[in-house]
Ligand binder design. Structure first.
Ligand code: FNR
Length: 203
């Protein structure tokens, strides 16, 4: 099938800053298995986002370079794909901290408001981040993001799914990532303002 639009830009956020993180590997694998109608880019600057402090807002853009860069990247993206680990039955502080910054109005606007988002997550344990993803969904909902309801993807026993070099070694997971990214492409397409306007015009 030929794409009828330029690839949608999807910004990928990993809730883990760890270099060999399974969640980073999962996002790289998602990029490799996504349809040509999506362009996935892993955001590498989450570690430069300071701890949330409303006073920092007032010190100007100089004090907020890490936040500014993240806001601009999110604003420029057609959608987000977030992969979260699970820490103590919830999402990691790194991710919650970034989302708290993104939830504020800013020179780039309310960048999460009506932003199409898909979520997934990998953990070394047997439950595959079910609790973390549930908590993440709730936070994104509070921020006004539009979280794709299905398909869900909980990656358990993450260490057994990748080769030593970080490449995906699990055909079933590759197929799940393909299905999820196709669904994300449709989710973005159906939520785009031009699609919504066309629906209103057509009744
Ligand atoms: C964990 N881990 C974990 N796993 C899980 O399934 N439920 C949990 O509640 C927790 N809690 C937890 C707390 C802390 C402080 C750490 C460091 C780890 C395991 C965790 O999900 C696993 O190490 C992931 O592989 C971490 O993600 P990355 O860094 O590999 O992407």
């Amino acid at each position: 099938m030929t794409a009828s639009h330029p690839p949608y830009r999807v910004l990928c956020l990993s809730g883990s800053l760890r270099r060999d993180s399974w969640n980073r590997r999962l996002l790289r694998a998602a990029a490799a298995h996504a349809p040509a109608t999506l362009s996935l880019q892993l955001y590498e600057g989450l570690g430069q986002v300071p701890l949330f402090d409303e006073d920092l807002e007032r010190t100007g853009p100089k004090g907020l370079a890490g936040v500014d860069a993240l806001r601009s990247a999110v604003a420029a993206a057609d959608g987000l794909l977030i992969a979260t680990p699970e820490y103590n039955h919830s999402l990691p502080g790194v991710l919650k901290n970034a989302l708290d910054w993104l939830s504020l109005d800013s020179p780039q606007g309310e960048v999460l408001d009506r932003k199409p988002v898909a979520i997934t997550g990998a953990s070394t344990g047997p439950w595959g981040t079910r609790l973390a993803q549930t908590a993440l969904r709730q936070v994104l909902h509070a921020c006004g993001a539009l979280v794709m309801p299905a398909p869900t993807l909980f990656v358990a026993s993450a260490a057994s799914r990748f080769e030593d070099d970080g490449m995906l070694a699990d055909e079933a997971l590759a197929a799940s990532l393909h299905r999820m990214t196709i669904a994300l492409e449709r989710w973005i397409a159906q939520l785009r303002p031009d699609t919504q306007e066309a629906r209103l015009v057509c009744g």
